[in-house]
Design a protein around this ligand. Structure first.
Ligand SMILES: CCCCCCCCCCCCCC(=O)SCCNC(=O)CCNC(=O)[C@H](O)C(C)(C)COP(=O)(O)OP(=O)(O)OC[C@H]1O[C@@H](n2cnc3c(N)ncnc32)[C@H](O)[C@@H]1OP(=O)(O)O
Length: 224
């Protein structure tokens, strides 16, 4: 079975993807705003109850037609991957901050995001698991952009100081490749300086090694 088969073949054209992005991208942004509002609201009880009814109505509307349990990674007729369900950068995932990676031709990549209260751990600071989440994606994307994609085998994070909620930059670059293993390093940086450093080993699972070239061709700016 091919990896593409595993991830889900999608017969959609780039134009169809564009139309879906135009429709669901703004919805995702609105839901993100709703999530922030849910967290921080100090509205009157009646207004909260009314908002809840409206949210339930919206969910019922969206569920009138829906897919399975996850959006998955979809390939278009152009051979490009769209990871719109991805928890860090997915265009249709309101949980994603979202991060949009820029990368050099040889792999180093970076992204910036504003992390608000939705990502809080210790008071005023980003949750350590969220920091690891961002680094996992950044390192995995850098391996991908460098042409040696893989699944996270090992991720080691050193938290140097608390990461304040607010603007965050994540950077990553491929250090070296040893056989099927890509060694990647990265950092999380805020205006206070480096907050966390990571080293990761990304491994192409044996059952998809024959698809390495096909996979490496399938990335798209902003996709990981
Ligand atoms: C699928 C391709 C990726 C596409 C997605 C791109 C998205 C990009 C963004 C992603 C961002 C988000 C990313 C996510 O969220 S990925 C989600 C989190 N990660 C997982 O779920 C991975 C689960 N584990 C596996 O799939 C396999 O066990 C892996 C892939 C890890 C190994 O696979 P396989 O079992 O087939 O490998 P092998 O037995 O032939 O061993 C090969 C070599 O590797 C060495 N080794 C083995 N395990 C580990 C380990 N844990 N650490 C260090 N080294 C390890 C081993 O000693 C050997 O070394 P050597 O003897 O050759 O020296």
């Amino acid at each position: 079975m091919s990896l593409i088969g595993d991830f889900g073949v999608d017969p959609m054209t780039p134009e169809q993807f564009d139309a879906e992005a135009a429709l669901f991208g703004p919805l995702t942004d609105s839901v993100r705003t709703l999530m922030e509002a849910t967290l921080m609201s100090e509205a009157e009880a009646d207004d909260v109850a009314r908002a809840r009814a409206l949210v339930d109505e919206a969910a019922a509307l969206l569920n009138t037609r829906r897919g399975g349990i996850a959006l998955g990674t979809r390939w278009g007729t152009d051979g490009i991957r769209r990871s719109w369900g991805n928890a860090v950068m997915g265009l249709r995932n309101p949980v994603a901050p979202p991060l949009e990676f820029t990368h050099d031709d040889d792999g180093p990549s970076w992204a910036e995001a504003e992390l608000g209260g939705l990502y809080e751990g210790p008071p005023g600071l980003v949750h350590g698991g969220v920091v690891a989440l961002l680094l996992d994606q950044a390192l995995g994307s850098a391996a991908f952009y460098a042409g040696s994609p893989g699944m996270t085998g090992t991720l080691t994070v050193r938290y140097r100081q608390g990461t304040k909620l607010g603007p965050v930059r994540v950077e990553a670059a491929l250090d070296r490749v040893e056989g099927v293993k890509s060694f990647v390093v990265g950092t999380v940086i805020t205006p206070d300086g480096v907050c966390a450093e990571a080293e990761g080993i990304f491994i192409l699972p044996r059952e998809v090694r024959h698809l390495a070239g096909e996979l490496a061709q399938s990335f798209h700016p902003g996709e990981g």
